[in-house]
Write a protein that binds this ligand. Sequence first.
Ligand code: PLP
Length: 392
Amino acid sequence: MHARIYLDHNATTPLAPQAREAMRARLDEGDSLGNPSSPHRAGHRARILLEEAREEVAALIGLPASGLVFTSGGTEADNQAIVGRARWRERSIGRGSIVTSAIEHPAVLEPCALLESEGWRIVRVGVDGSGRVDPGAVAAACAADTALISVMAANNETGVLQPIAEIGRIARARGIPLHVDAVQAVPWGVLDAGIDVDALTLSAHKMGGPPGIGAIWMREDFGCEPLIRGGRQERGRRAGTEAVIAAAGFAAAARAAAGDTGRAARIGALRDRLERELIAIAPSSRVNGADAARLPNTTSLTIPGTDQEAIVIAMDLRGVAISTGSACSTGSSRPSHVLTAMGLAPDRMRSTVRWSLGPETGAEMIDAACEAFAAVIGGARATAVPASGEAV
Ligand code: PLP
């Protein structure tokens, strides 16, 4: 059995050493670190650290720090953008519509479904066979009552990059605000710095930061009601005592990501090598979204005639952590909504596994993972009942 090889970074990343170090240093400050809202020296120290963290995270996306609000994670940030926008609009004009895509994370789809149940019209634009949203379809879906367009920058299951810049131009031309879930895209530097958006979602634990903290960046004039009510923290945009130590970890991870300029090319080359080897081992397998621009770390692989859960478990027994798709769907027998939108047949969806690399992934890990896969697939070949008559 190999040492553990972790290839599930789209679910969560191990804590980056820089983030661990930054948080440990803050923990060691003990009672010299107070509540950032307190007027004494310990409060002032916490305020300084919090604002430094805000600057650092905002720098990673090239947007002004004043627009960045820390949240409990990407899910809260998505909810804030969507439900917060809807509540603001209900107060000023009344219900309207939201344009989103069929492949969004549940953190976007579920708040949209909630609003739909309240009488909002939700238009979910489909994707092509490569998993890419057509900007023309977004334009066609917009109406006079559209209160928000929400489209993710990169899909968490396939890694497919979405045409955010083009969708942004469409949104601007119509005067509709654009929210972008950039949780998976930002760690890989695939977003244009200073991207023209009205709201943008980030999550620390997808980039080497701690879980339980994220952020929503909002333009000053983005009409949005706060979801979490209480004190006046975060300039009244998100109540609750700020998680200063987690914010320090988030900032350190952001700084490490920004400083590692070769990360995307290095990991992209390893990912391409992984794909070549996987296909050599299981020649009938197929990379979903292979024709589209993708995150450099992600491979969604369909291996016809196999069972995804059996593969994930067998790989785990050999010390390699991969995933059936999104961590949020693990344990549910529902087929992937992303692969459904791409037109995959149900048996193909049940034969799909996701490999997602991280900055610490090395060539020797890829080789060992492929060796494990060959052993697993050898076993699967002997036992699989190909659903569509294909060889594995
Ligand atoms: N958006 C996307 C695209 C994600 O992949 C995830 C997490 O998987 C989220 C939002 C939710 O982020 P968090 O886990 O920080 O709540």
